[in-house]
Design a protein around this ligand. Sequence first.
Ligand code: EPZ
Length: 418
Amino acid sequence: MEDILIVKGGTPLYGSIRVSGAKNAGLVLMVAAILAEGETILDNMPRIRDVEVMTFILNELGVRTEWKDDNSLAIYSPPGRIKTKTSYELSRMLRASNLFLGALLGREKEAAISLPGGCDIGSRPMDLHLKGVQALGAEVEIEHGYIYACTKRPRGNNVYLDFPSVGATENIIMMAVKTPGNTVIENAAKEPEIVDLANFLNSMGAKIRGAGTDVIKIEGVSELKPVRYAIIPDRIEAGTFMVAGAISKGEVLVENVIPTHIYPVIAKLQEAGAVVKETESGILVKAGDKIRPVDIKTLPYPGFPTDMQSQMMAMLCLAEGTSVIVENVFENRFQIVDELKRMGADIKVEGHTAVVKGVKKLYGTKVRATDLRAGAALILAGLVAEGETVIEEAIHIFRGYENIAQKLNHLGAQITVK
Ligand code: EPZ
């Protein structure tokens, strides 16, 4: 299994690069497809490890999947009942497996979901998910590492989320669309992936209003029909490539991107001195003469995305001055700091705050990808470091980026996969 990336630093990137479909939209839409019986086709799907594992989970529940072409996935949701218990083995490989809670309750009125547990970036509890499905009539028990949920008389209801959790909002939507009555989610997550889920379900015959705002209203329906649907482009992949252009002192055109989805990143790159322009075919990023320090606070959408925090940190290691990064969404998302310090960075962490003092140079050495976004950020640091950066546990990166080495090499990078 390819698990090592070697990045030779020092080459500015030039040219255009195309963004793939969004991992975090593709995953939840694959799950939502079980809410209709028949063949759903999802277009613009990225060929990444997380999507592959999600097909395995669907298959184990009795839902067949087939790639129609490179990026079109067919999902055959059979008539009648499907299995309602996910396996621990597959679920622990993919946190998004917890999205079957709402979808199975919506379709089968019961679900047995392996508790995903924490991951490198935080404890990631599911209390808000459970509160949501219980409000719609589910009885929940947690036993032997599993959430057992079932409902005899599901009923629409009002749910207030203490925190605008993406996953909890998605689980409640997927249960509510086939639950009799009206459901209102207050303080809902507003991420573009939530809007994509609602658009997909509405095209199947659901009645969802207000997705993208903090109040979502859902009127339950008895039946949904399968459709063909193209998912949105990946705003985090787009942001990663925009930083690649800025950090490498090059000029990159990022294609197949929706600018409104990535405004906070555009604003921070401009603040750091890069020239960022929207064009007909995408977003053009031209590095500035120098990288200026900027302060970042991660927040739920439309705030600065936590999934771009590590990539910006890598760039700010080379700023002319000191930047302060506050991580407000996940309690343990500074694991990259030790790896960047191995490359010569000067970063101090105090709780949720990282103080990044810019240095003149980074040096290539052996580092480890601790999670998906930290791994991508190490590639960016490697692009400008002196010498070679050897990134181990690169599997984390392949979980969420389609052909990342090939795409960056097309712009002049020198990355090999081993
Ligand atoms: C989604 O995770 C994304 N994953 C994450 O992307 C992303 O970082 C996150 O949203 C925030 O934008 C997918 O869509 C598959 P949350 P999710 O529920 O749904 C706390 C990537 O790199 N919380 O919004 O798990 C939680 O612990 C990944 O692509 C509770 O306390 O995120 C966290 O601190 C990483 N109780 C915060 O809320 C709950 O019941 C945000 O979590 C649920 C969440």
